[in-house]
Design a protein around this ligand. Structure first.
Ligand code: IVH
Length: 672
């Protein structure tokens, strides 16, 4: 067969498969048997195996599993579902423990006890029980809002539908991991890339009888909403879960000391391939619930827990090409396109090369055979080059001097702190003028943490961009649905669904709106800080008119880098138009501040060393009681709280401005 004919045969089969995916998973109206479906998929995989030139982005081995339904109702989590930050080695763990000790102002490490739990590689779910009945089951979603998947969760044997135990709290969210055991996965491995995909795909089926066909399991490990906390430790809670009838992990342990954590990690890592389920590391949680509460969380992760990942899987493959990807902030990232290779159950065809310096340091070239590493959900990267396999004709890779998308000059930022130039090269036309940056900006705009527009994923954004349906973010709110309906793979229903989710997203919180603009150095946490400062879209927009950034200098957490970035952003005419237009067509909610605390409308600043409490915890307590933290002494400041050895200049300034200078004890009294 000619190459062309093979390609045609292959793409025809993929098209056929996609048709059945749609009929089965979105419309729930299959027209072929499961057996024929699996046969078709197998034929595609076999063609790929035989003719390696066939592998493409649309291969079902990339878009594995079946497409989950988009039609789930959503519900807000009563307590946010957080994720975890990662540690990879002893050093990371040491830093984690140090931060915890500093925050809590504890000197003796031995006091810290950890609940150590295997990190099952599945999908988390939150189960609400009222009066002992399982009444609502949610997926994690964006952490704030999840999908209602109660019926699907009810098909899982490990999830009790009713709790007999009379001491079980009357209203509680139980959280844990839905997963599939390795043995069970063997029977369905032709349909999914890995057990995690299988769990995720079957959990999000429209028809719960489909979910029931897959033997899913559930292990419980934490709680969300719970106002009957009558336990003092995470380990006690795990025991309660067991008493109430939930399955918990038999490898859970309580351990102190980083050295011991490293030891247990080593032991489980050795055992990991013999376990019945996929585990990608261990989770360490500060065992004391009181300390957990004091530590709280940053952005999306708790300060009191960390995931210690297992070392990466690796494999060799050949670099077919080196492409330059352009990110939302203009960063040029070289990516090695490699001959697809299975690494730890996932088919890898891309590996990041990070930046130009990395390519030079490792002398990575097109055609090289390289070792690629992949750890959990982290992007695979090239570890080293096998020089012995290098051909004589191979040439050094030349990093582009101009943006491959728009031709602008590439630049490196100077870092004032390290006094060095960044390793990353950037397109100098940061903004919508560079096509690739613009596309990435739009992907960010619609992403989960921003406008969260379901049905407008990365691939769809690219497609709509190429069809000139979207050029700037506001185009999303003025789409030509008649045209979309007629596109390949679309129809009236999917087009209507998209319209619905876009219309719904018009109503947005101020912090999400600020974050969605993709301003450099303004991530979720800074967007939240800014939204609490501006309180409504009008005052944020005023910034674009009066260009008065001075007031921001006072805001704790917002520094020179962020202010310069905001100035930069608002100096661009296109950005100004985008914001103006969006404001006119959206409904951006005002921020409702917690005004119940004792320190409402009062501003604070701390100087000097506090006793028995860290600066971070003092600030956090102030905010929890509705107080505001400022980072400079100015007329806006109400209290300067002084600890040991305060900065003399600050005290002097405060006195000059007649600001109340108070001791830590007086601050504590205000808090009561
Ligand atoms: S605790 C704040 N405990 O890991 C608490 N998570 O990266 C966050 N996971 O979304 C979760 N085993 O899907 C926790 N014993 C365990 C876990 C666990 C697996 C998953 C979970 C979560 C992800 C965080």
């Amino acid at each position: 067969m000619q190459k062309n004919e093979i390609k045609k045969k292959y793409f025809d089969k993929i098209k056929e498969l996609n048709k059945h995916n749609l009929l089965y998973y979105q419309k729930s109206k299959p027209i072929i048997s499961d057996k024929d479906y699996d046969k078709l998929k197998k034929e595609i995989f076999e063609l790929e195996k035989k003719y390696t030139f066939l592998i493409s982005d649309i291969s079902p081995s990339n878009t594995v599993g079946f497409k989950p339904s988009k039609n789930f109702l959503k519900a807000v989590h009563r307590e946010r579902m957080l994720s975890l930050s990662n540690a990879f080695d002893k050093n990371d763990l040491g830093n984690f423990e140090k931060k915890v000790l500093n925050y809590l102002n504890i000197k003796d490490k031995k006091i810290l006890e950890y609940s150590v739990e295997p990190k099952i590689d599945g999908i988390s779910a939150s189960l609400t029980y009222k009066n002992n009945n399982f009444v609502l089951g949610l997926s994690r979603g964006d952490g704030t809002e999840g999908e209602v998947i109660t019926e699907n969760l009810k098909t899982i044997k490990d999830i009790p539908k009713y709790i007999e135990n009379t001491k079980f709290p009357k209203d509680i969210d139980i959280r844990g991991e839905v997963y599939i055991e390795k043995d069970d996965f063997k029977n369905i491995k032709d349909r999914f890339a890995n057990p995690r995909n299988a769990a995720s795909g079957s959990l999000r089926q429209k028809d719960s009888s489909e979910t029931k066909k897959i033997p899913l399991r559930f292990i419980a490990y934490s709680f969300g909403f719970n106002n009957e906390i009558n336990f003092k430790k995470q380990s006690e809670f795990l025991q309660l879960l067991k008493n109430w009838g939930f399955k918990t992990n038999k490898f859970n342990k309580v351990i102190s000391g980083v050295d011991n954590l490293v030891q247990i990690h080593k032991e489980l890592e050795k055992k990991r391939y013999d376990l019945d389920f996929d585990v990608d590391g261990l989770v360490y949680k500060i065992n004391s619930i009181e300390l957990q509460n004091r530590l709280g969380f940053v952005a999306n992760a708790p300060r009191w827990a960390i995931a210690h990942k297992f070392s990466a899987d690796s494999s060799f493959s050949k670099i077919l090409n080196i492409e330059i990807q352009i990110g939302r902030t203009g960063a040029l990232t070289p990516v090695a396109k490699v001959k697809p290779v299975n690494i730890g159950g996932v088919l890898v065809s891309n590996a990041t090369l990070h930046n130009e310096e990395e390519i030079i340091r490792k002398d990575i070239r097109v055609g090289d055979t390289v070792k690629i590493e992949r750890a959990g959900d982290v992007i695979p990267h090239v570890l080293l080059v096998d020089i012995n396999k290098r051909s004589k004709e191979s040439k050094k890779f030349l990093f582009p001097q101009k943006c491959p998308s728009c031709g602008s000059k590439v630049i490196k930022d100077f870092n004032k702190v390290s006094k060095k130039y960044d390793a990353v090269k950037r397109c100098s036309s940061e903004g919508y003028k560079c096509e690739k940056i613009a596309i990435e900006k739009i992907k960010h705009f619609v992403s989960k943490e921003a406008f969260n527009i379901e049905g407008l994923g990365k691939k769809v954004v690219e497609k709509f961009w190429n069809l000139k349906l979207i050029k700037l973010p506001y185009d999303i709110f003025n789409l030509n649905y008649k045209k979309i309906e007629k596109l390949d793979g679309w129809g009236t229903q999917s087009s209507n669904n998209l319209k619905k989710s876009i219309e719904k997203s018009r109503n947005i919180e101020l912090d999400k709106f600020i974050f969605s603009l993709g301003i450099r150095h303004i991530g979720q946490e800074n967007a939240r800080l800014l939204s609490k400062f501006f309180l409504n879209i009008k005052s944020f927009e005023d910034l674009t008119k009066n260009f008065n950034f001075n007031s921001l200098a006072n805001l704790d957490g917002i520094g020179e880098t962020q202010i310069n970035s905001l100035k930069n952003f608002f100096s661009d005419q296109i950005n100004l138009n985008v914001v103006k237009k969006l404001v006119s067509i959206l409904s951006i909610k005002d921020v409702v501040l917690n005004t119940k605390g004792k320190l409402v409308n009062k501003t604070f600043m701390f100087t000097g060393k506090l006793s028995n409490i860290s600066r971070a915890e003092a600030k956090s307590l102030t905010e929890q009681n509705s107080g505001k933290i400022l980072s400079n002494v100015s007329k806006k400041l109400d209290y300067l709280v002084i600890g040991e050895k305060p900065t003399a200049k600050k005290v002097k300034q405060a006195n000059e401005l007649s600001i109340k200078v108070i001791s830590q004890l007086e601050w504590k009294k205000l808090l009561n």
